[in-house]
Design a protein around this ligand. Structure first.
Ligand code: CMC
Length: 390
C-alpha cells in the first residue's frame, strides 16, 4: 500500500497553478488578475469584471461592447427548456432546479462542441455566463407561478436580471415608465463582482476536478453549483438570514454566541469564519458599507441589519472568536442587501451562482488551455480490513 500525504480538506495542498485570483488571507488582500477587489467594486460593472477574469485584461471600449453584445446574443434559452423547468414541483429549492437545468444544457450543446478548439470553449463559457441569470429568474418565476420573462437585448446584465425576476405583474423594480431602479442595479453589480471568483474554493475545485476528465462543460458547471449549495459554502448567505431570524432580538445574541462556542452543539455562527482569511474578509468590509447605502437609499430600514451589526460587535469581543480568528465573511452581509432588493431568501445562493459562473468558466478556460492536463485523481489512506478469504 502506498504512502501518501494525508491532507483532509486540502489545508496545505495546491491543486493547480492559476493566474486568475490572488488571496493573502493574513493581510485580507483579494486581487482579480492583479486588480484589488475594492477598486474593481468601485469602478467596474460585473460584465467588465467577467471579461477581465476570462481574458486576463480589462477590455477596451470596443472589446467590452463586443463582449456584452455577444452575452446578449447567447441569453435566450431553448424553448424546449420551458418544459423541463415546468416539470419541477413549485416548492423545489431553486438551487436544486439550477443543478438540474444547467446540467441539462449539456444535452442541448454537445454534438457541435469540440473541446480542443479554443473558440468552441470560449463560446461555451459565454453561453453559461449569458444564460445563468435567465435560468435563475425562470426558476423563481416558476416557483411563484408567474409567466417567464424573456431576456431583453436593450438592458444591461443586471437590469435584465431584475426585469426577468420582477416585471409584470409584480413590478417591484419598474415604475410606470419602465425604469429599473439604479440603486438595485448598482448593488447587484457590486455583489456579483465580490462573488465572481475566489481561487480554489470548493465549487471551483469541483468544476476543475470534473473538467479534468474531459466531461461536458455544462455538466461540470452543474457539479460546481451542487458544491456551492452547501451551507459551509454558498448556502451560508441563506443560512445567515435564517439564523438572524431565529435570534430575533439583540438580547438573545449572547445565548447564540454560547451555542456557537459549545463543542457539543453543531450550531455555528453562519457568515463567520473562513478557510483563508484570518484577519478580515475584504469583501465583507465592502458589503457592510454597501448595506448602509442600499438600506438608506431604498429607505428599507431593516432591523436584521442592526441585529447583524450587534452580533458582529459582540462576537468580535469574544475570546473564542478572537483566538480562532473568526471574522464576518462575505456572506454575513450579502443577504441583507439581497433582502432589501426583494430577492427571496431561497434565491440568495442562486445569486451567488450567477456571479461565481464568471469564476468557474474562467478557471475552466484556463485549465483547458494548459498543455498536458492530467485527470485529477487523489489517493487515500486505506483504513479497512487486511486481505482475507471469503
Ligand atoms: N462558528 C463557530 N465556530 C467556528 C465557526 C463558526 N462560524 N467557524 C469555525 N469555527 C471553529 C471550528 O469549530 C473550529 O474549532 P476547533 O479548532 O475548536 O475545532 C475552528 O473554528 C476552525 O474551524 P474549521 O471548520 O476547522 O475551519 P475551516 O477552515 O475548515 O472552515 C468555514 C471554514 C467557512 C467552513 C467555517 O468557518 C464555517 O463553517 N463557517 C460558517 C459557514 C460560513 O459562513 N460559510 C461561508 C464561507 S465564505 C463564502 C464561501 O466561501 O462560500
Amino acid at each position: 500500500m502506498g504512502l501518501f500525504t494525508y491532507d483532509p480538506g486540502f489545508m496545505s495542498t495546491a491543486s493547480c497553478k492559476s493566474a486568475i485570483t490572488y488571496i493573502d488571507g493574513e493581510k485580507g488582500v483579494l486581487l482579480y488578475r492583479g486588480y484589488p477587489i475594492d477598486q474593481l467594486a468601485e469602478k467596474c460593472t460585473f460584465l467588465e469584471v467577467a471579461y477581465l477574469l476570462m481574458n486576463g485584461e480589462l477590455g477596451d471600449k470596443h472589446e467590452q461592447a463586443q463582449f456584452e453584445h455577444e452575452i446578449g446574443q447567447h441569453a435566450m434559452l431553448h424553448e424546449a427548456m420551458r418544459g423541463f423547468i415546468d416539470g419541477f414541483h413549485y416548492d423545489a429549492h431553486p438551487m436544486a432546479m439550477m443543478v438540474g437545468i444547467v446540467g441539462s444544457l449539456s444535452a442541448f450543446y454537445h454534438s457541435e462542441l469540440n473541446m480542443d478548439d479554443p473558440e468552441h470553449r470560449r463560446i461555451s463559457a459565454m453561453r453559461m455566463l449569458a444564460k445563468m441569470p435567465v435560468i435563475a429568474a425562470a426558476c423563481y418565476r416558476h416557483s411563484i407561478g408567474y409567466p417567464y420573462v424573456y431576456p431583453r437585448s436593450d438592458l444591461s446584465y443586471c437590469e435584465n436580471f431584475l426585469n426577468m425576476m420582477f416585471s409584470l405583474p409584480s413590478q417591484k423594480y419598474i415604475d410606470k415608465d419602465n425604469y429599473i431602479d439604479p440603486v438595485a442595479v448598482k448593488a447587484l453589480n457590486l455583489l456579483f463582482i465580490l462573488h465572481a471568483d475566489h481561487e480554489q474554493n470548493a465549487s471551483t475545485s469541483t468544476v476543475r476536478l470534473a473538467s479534468s476528465t474531459g466531461a461536458n462543460p455544462y455538466a461540470c458547471i452543474a457539479a460546481g453549483i451542487a458544491a456551492l449549495w452547501g451551507p459551509a459554502h454558498g448556502g451560508a448567505n441563506e443560512a445567515v438570514l435564517s439564523m438572524l431570524g431565529e435570534i430575533g432580538t439583540v438580547d438573545r445574541i449572547p445565548e447564540y454566541i454560547e451555542k456557537a462556542k459549545d463543542k457539543n452543539d453543531p450550531f455555528r455562527l453562519m457568515g463567520f469564519g473562513h478557510r483563508v482569511y484570518k484577519n478580515f474578509d475584504p469583501r465583507a468590509t465592502i458589503i457592510r458599507k454597501a448595506c448602509y447605502e442600499v438600506l438608506e437609499r431604498t429607505s428599507a430600514k431593516d432591523p436584521m441589519f442592526d441585529l447583524a451589526l450587534a452580533l458582529e460587535e459582540y462576537a468580535l469581543k469574544d475570546e473564542y472568536f478572537i483566538e480562532k480568528k473568526l471574522y464576518p465573511n462575505v456572506d454575513f452581509y450579502s443577504g441583507i442587501i439581497y433582502k432589501a432588493l426583494n430577492i427571496p431568501v431561497d434565491m440568495f445562493t442562486v445569486m451567488f451562482t450567477i456571479a461565481r459562473t464568471a469564476g468557474w468558466v474562467s478557471h475552466w478556460l484556463e485549465m483547458m488551455a494548459e498543455p498536458g492536463q492530467r485527470i485529477g485523481r487523489p489517493r487515500q489512506i486505506y483504513t479497512g480490513k487486511d486481505v482475507r478469504n471469503v
